[in-house]
Design a binder for this molecule. Structure first.
Ligand code: ME8
Length: 510
């Protein structure tokens, strides 16, 4: 059985979701739906990252306890994903007892294997990025090189993971598996980073400074570093490790049934180092298999700056949804950002992408169905319907190739091109002239059958990105459900009754 385990990052529960979070989650959802369509059994994980100093401070600012804020934000993320029709199987919160148990299990295992040691750390810490920096990195101004905020000087006992021991093995893994990190630019970035000696990784924070986290199983005065805690969520939700195994037997549950290793971790390029360096080395040290692939996409930009909660320039995906519908938002996100590159959000571009959906796909559906109603009393003619055969075949194979290579935007563009070609076919065949010609009945049957068939194929192609609208369209074509891609290859709709209905993508004035 083909099984796929897909993950999004677990987002910080410090604020509400914005368009950037929605992008990653819609991208993962589209892939999940595509894999299901090809017959795979899919596990799709998302959730919230709830520990750490940033969370503690965000809660204090709002006069809340960290768990109160986490409860509120986990609810906000989960509700947003439901509104955006995200088909996740598991929403994991790092404050869950099951996850805390698995984090302890992994730490015990690393401790027992001598992979963790203690030392005194003195250096600079950025709360926003939840990471340490060296004197050289923060410069004379003592600013975080990433977020440019002032850093704090700390001197404290820390536990360290022997990450440096795994540098060579990691480089070897990346070199042996050229498609492990996509796109290639990110892979090169990580290989470049690994040219410098890898430091050991601090994996703890003293409770005197930060109480909100998972207590280290071998030192009750320290909590686990939030990034180590967070990355382990992928293993928790896989069911690989038994959270109740206890210190003597840090162990596996039923390995055969677990979803580990993940097929694909999806995230933004901001957190590629944690996923492509910290995470695999931790897994190597714990003797666990590595995820099969990592996709790091680009950023949504607002007027030259990354869209971010901390910058305050965020767009609310749920507000856009009120005007353009859930599928309108999903389409824009995937169509407008080349998977892997940055993209600028503007209301004008959003509108233009929606127009494409309405004017090309929506218009095709409306023309074809209206003509079947007008000329054939709503019954799809029993004709070969192979007027667009070659275009359908080449589109299906191109789209499958793009999706398998994680070039989702190319799959979207190619699918839309088929709808464009079908609109051109209508213009060329002029069914309105065929209807007037007493000897044109067979030609008209063929035109209408071909259009019904291409629409059925389009429902399959667009299903992963616009699932509600494609289910609706399949219903209007008289189908019980959207065909799979395989069924779409040879589908015939002769004899089915179509239904016109309201426009699939109603006009939006701006
Ligand atoms: O980093 N453009 O959580 P986070 C595109 N908790 N994607 C964006 C984006 C933008 N402008 N802004 C955010 C964390 N994202 C950790 C993750 S995982 C074990 C722990 C998306 O709330 C993108 O996926 O800061 C990015 O990687 C993620 O949100 C960061 O979310």
């Amino acid at each position: 059985m083909n099984r796929r385990y897909l993950t999004t990052p677990i987002y910080y529960a410090t604020g509400d979701p914005h368009l950037g979070h929605a992008y990653t989650t819609v991208l993962a959802d589209t892939l999940a739906r595509y894999y299901r369509q090809t017959g795979a059994e899919v596990r799709f994980l998302t959730g919230t990252d709830e520990h750490g100093q940033k969370m503690q401070e965000a809660a204090a600012k709002r006069d809340m306890t960290p768990i109160e804020l986490a409860d509120q934000m986990a609810e906000s993320f989960e509700a947003a994903w439901k509104d955006l029709n995200i088909s996740f199987d598991r929403f994991l919160r790092t404050s869950e007892p099951e996850h805390i148990g698995v984090v302890s299990t992994v730490l015990e295992r690393l401790w027992a294997k001598g992979q963790i040691y203690d030392d005194v750390y003195s250096g600079w810490y950025c709360v926003q990025e939840e990471r340490y920096w060296t004197e050289r990195e923060v410069g004379a101004e003592h600013l975080c090189p990433d977020c440019k905020r002032p850093v704090e000087f700390v001197e404290e006992k820390n536990y360290f993971f022997r990450m440096s021991d795994y540098q060579e093995r990691l480089i070897q893994h990346i070199e042996d598996h050229p498609g492990w990190i996509v796109p290639g630019t990110r892979r090169n970035e990580i290989l470049g980073f690994l040219k410098q000696p890898l430091q050991d990784l601090s994996i703890s924070r003293p409770k005197s400074r930060l109480a909100w986290g998972v207590t280290l199983p071998f030192d009750p005065d320290h909590v686990c570093y939030v990034w180590v805690d967070a990355l382990i969520n992928y293993v928790t939700a896989s069911g690989l490790l038994d959270p109740d195994s206890g210190p003597d037997q840090p162990g596996f549950t039923d390995q055969g049934n677990s979803w580990w290793p993940a097929s694909l971790h999806i995230m933004g390029k901001d957190i590629i180092t944690t996923h492509a360096v910290y995470w695999p080395t931790l897994l190597m040290a714990a003797d666990l298999p590595l995820p099969k692939q990592i996709l790091a996409h680009g950023w949504w930009i607002m007027e030259d700056e990354k869209m971010a909660k901390s910058v305050g320039n965020v767009v609310d995906p749920l507000a856009l949804r009120e005007d353009y519908g859930t599928d309108g938002v999903r389409w824009y996100l995937l169509r407008d950002m080349p998977t892997g590159s940055d993209a600028s959000y503007t209301p004008e571009r959003f509108h233009a992408r929606y127009d494409e959906l309405a004017n090309v796909l929506g218009n095709l559906a409306s023309r074809a169905i209206s003509m079947i109603v007008k000329y054939r009393d709503g019954i799809i003619p029993e004709a070969a319907g192979d007027g667009l055969e070659a275009d359908i075949a080449s589109t299906l194979s191109a789209v499958t190739g793009h999706m398998d290579a994680l070039r989702v935007h190319d799959a979207m563009a190619t699918s839309m091109d088929l709808a464009r070609t079908a609109n051109g076919y209508v213009d060329r065949r002029e069914p309105w002239s065929q209807a007037k010609d007493p000897s044109g009945a067979e030609d008209l049957d063929e035109t209408l059958a071909s259009l019904a068939r291409v629409l059925a194929v389009l429902t399959a192609l667009f299903l992963p990105v616009t699932p509600q609208k494609m289910t609706d369209l399949a219903g209007r074509l008289g189908l019980k459900s959207v065909p799979t891609l395989d069924q779409a290859r040879s589908i015939s709709l002769g004899g089915l009754r179509v239904e016109k209905g309201a426009p699939l993508f109603p006009r939006v004035d701006r």
